[in-house]
Design a protein around this ligand. Structure first.
Ligand code: SAM
Length: 217
């Protein structure tokens, strides 16, 4: 598995999805197979999303690389993730942030939250990742403001609570759109108390973000 992981990471590097050593080292270290179902773990090092449970997926490795690179993560940051799934992306981010950093990640399906918790514990990331069971479109005001916020599910527009819970100087990344053909990855930088600058990073495909400030169930 380790050799397959290294081959995948070196492909992502050659394709330009991985740009920095911190993302390369983290993706080389975190065992993706530990964040999949027993039936699918043999496919861990294919660059594609793989079904988990409840119709949800583990994101494709190139998408995890894009998210980590475009967030410009630094050691020690406080990061909020919407959409834990089985916990893989959160583990990669926690590896990048190091022991001084922390990932808060919200999952709306209780069973997935429980599995992610076990996965993160088994792989040694439970001290640096806190999973919250609930509606991520409301954010998690208790630990806000965050240096970085990212979502791995697609909303109709950027949920207002997430904008409010971002530090000034912070960055938010989220897919926007419902139909798989019209989703776009948006990057939002908070410039001041009231001013944000947004950039479109191109087309993506994610599951819908369902909740109060997202899509209806
Ligand atoms: N981050 C995951 C990974 O590392 O592979 C990918 C997760 S999957 C693509 C998206 C997840 O978002 C699903 O588990 C889904 O249940 C969750 N989700 C959708 N809407 C949500 C919401 N409002 N709050 C929290 N989680 C949500």
């Amino acid at each position: 598995m380790k050799k397959n992981r290294e081959d995948l990471v070196s492909n992502l590097l050659e394709m330009g999805y991985i740009e920095t050593d911190i993302v390369k080292d983290a993706m080389n270290k975190v065992p993706r197979e530990e964040f999949m179902t027993p039936e699918t773990r043999n496919y861990a090092y294919l660059d594609r999303p793989i079904p988990l449970e409840h119709g949800q997926t583990i994101s494709a490795p190139h998408m995890v690389a894009i998210i980590c690179e475009k967030l410009s993560l630094e050691k020690g940051m406080q990061v909020l993730e919407i959409g834990t799934g089985f916990g893989y992306n959160a583990a990669v981010v926690a590896e990048i942030l190091g022991p001084e950093g922390h990932v808060y990640t919200i999952e709306r399906i209780e069973k997935l939250k429980n599995i992610a918790e076990e996965n993160l514990k088994r792989t040694g990331y439970s001290d640096n990742v806190t999973i919250i069971y609930g509606d991520g479109t409301r954010g998690y005001v208790e630990e806000s403001p965050y240096d970085r916020i990212y979502a791995t599910a697609s909303a109709p527009k950027i949920p207002e609570p997430l904008k409010e819970q971002l530090k000034i100087g912070g960055r938010l990344l989220t897919p926007i759109g419902h139909d798989t053909s019209v989703q776009e990855l948006l990057c939002l930088n908070r410039v001041s108390e009231t001013e944000y600058k947004s950039y479109n990073l191109g087309g993506v495909v994610f599951v819908p973000m369902i909740g109060e400030h997202g899509w209806p169930e």
